[in-house]
Design a protein around this ligand. Sequence first.
Ligand SMILES: [Zn+2]
Length: 324
Amino acid sequence: MNKLPIANRMPFLIPRRFPAVRLSQNGSHALLYHTFSERHRPYYCNVTTYEKFYRDILLLKKQFMFSNALERMELNERELDGASEQKQGSRGTIYLTFDDSYRSILPVLAFCHANDIPTSIFVNTYLFENQTLLPKDKLFQALRHAPRPAALTFLNETVAMKNNSLLFRDYLAMRWNRRAMATLSYSDYEKEINTFFSACPFAPRDPDPDLAMMTPDDLRHIAQDLPSVRILSHGRSHFDLSRADTASLEQDIAGSKKTLEHMLGRAVSMFAYPYGFYSEATLEAVKRAGYTHAIAAGIDDQAQGPRALTLPRTSIDTRALSVL
Ligand SMILES: [Zn+2]
């Protein structure tokens, strides 16, 4: 009889279990969340249950201060270098950040605001274009529900991906989605995804609530009624900007800044790279557009470039938190 643990027998079906995130008590940590759900969805894109988030907040509140002045992270690091003894024993700082403009974060933002916890959201200006799903999530939703031949035809013909014989649909859709998004080009990916989406008769027409983007009115409500929430840019359509040409970079990075500033009536000085990916040209475009700071998505080891434009974050989502 096979005594191997189930995860070893089915390595492709069981998602990797990420280790708990360990936060040092006197450090500064920018934490990254995405969407929220009532139910646990292990194969879904970056989803946290509301229950887990409120548990995280209780744990963090005991040990840390909260701030949304993300620019301070750069200064904190310099202070730490110069006076590490002084810093010992003092409380660290948590910067709560939320990416991808999901509507499901509204109760979380209201909760944080009511509890004097400042937050930052990095939004995609695609939401101003009469859209309810980001292209990546539209593709994910369609892939989950598409009849298998349709999904495979799309993947083989459009993004030249190899056939995959596994059956676990959510998990597969997630993997397929990542591969497809890494292959499609900026100029045609919205069109390709829309064509595939409309050709999927079984794909629900309405967005899954866990993936739905906030509306322009939601964003206006946040700007007016929740002054402790900082609204910053995550680009336009969540394309991997390390692969975009100059014109697309301009459109996405400078364009999203302009749109947000027009709505908010104030400067938007910080950018978060979609997927955390950037290249030399991305950094240049961010500087050119007039952002003073930019932040990654939890992948600190690729940080190359000025610190102000490559601030680190720790991605949380389903992962457990522990404090050292
Ligand atoms: Zn994102």
